[in-house]
Structure formats: C-alpha cells, structure tokens
Design a protein around this ligand. Structure first.
Ligand SMILES: [Fe+2]
Ligand SMILES: [Fe+2]
Length: 138
C-alpha cells in the first residue's frame, strides 16, 4: 500500500453492506486528508479532521447498534476499543490545533486505525454474523 493513500481492497470487505459502505467512506476521508498534507494551509486540514472525528463517532454508533441488534457477545469490549480510538484522535486533534504535532502524526494514527481496527477487529463481528449470530434456530 502506498504510504500516502489507502487503496481499497476486497480484503477490507466484511460482507455487511452498511458497514462496508461506511468503512469505504472513512478510507476516502483519510485519503482526502493525506492529499492535503503537502499544503501549508492547515485550516482545511483541521476541518477535515473534525469531519473524520464526527464520521468516526457516527460509524461507531452505527456499528455498535448492529452488534447490539445481533446479540454480539464482544460488544462491550469492541465499544471500549472505539472509545479509545476517539479519545486518542481527540488528544492528537487538540495537540495539532496547538501546533504541538504534525498532521502526519494524525494520518499515521488513522492509517494504523484503519488497518488494525477497521480491517481486522471489525472482522470478528462479520465472522460472528457469518456463523449465524446468536440465534441457534435461524
Ligand atoms: Fe468499523
Ligand atoms: Fe469497530
């Protein structure tokens, strides 16, 4: 994968249409921010980071609601991961706003988030659904 771009790959697909749609858009937002790294004007970068933050919060609620509806037993643990990601993003967002870190400290974090959480940890939920969820008579 190009360091400056998240190339969408079939291996990222979980087979849950609304989640895949949201993950795809999340990757697009990260790419949009990566494209802005070369510019000196950080105002748009800060706005994009706010958009990413808001979208991630929306996506996490959406994903947790699907998990709740499906009776996913790891919901609480997964929600804690979501909370930690938002918390870390907010810490970095504030530090970036105060000029204490570079924008790449945010994009590096977002890429790692995408590769470890979105592409891997979310897959456990897809595997659970594929195995029939919690309904033994489905
Ligand atoms: Fe997700
Ligand atoms: Fe997740």
């Amino acid at each position: 994968m190009d360091e400056k771009h998240i190339e969408w790959s079939p291996r990222f697909e979980l087979g849950i249409p609304e989640v895949d749609l949201q993950h795809h858009y999340f990757a697009d937002l990260i790419n949009r921010l990566l494209e802005e790294l070369g510019t000196a004007d950080t105002r748009y970068q800060k706005r994009l980071i706010r958009e990413l933050d808001a979208y991630a919060r929306f996506h996490f609620i959406s994903e947790e609601n699907l998990m709740f509806r499906a009776g996913y037993p790891q919901l609480d643990e997964h929600a804690r991961h979501h909370f930690a990601l938002i918390d870390e993003l907010n810490v970095r967002e504030t530090r970036f706003a105060h000029g204490q870190i570079a924008a790449t400290d945010i994009t590096d974090f977002l890429i790692a988030w995408f590769l470890h959480h979105t592409a891997r940890e979310d897959r456990s939920f897809a595997d659970f659904l594929q195995a029939g969820g919690d309904d033994p008579v489905a």
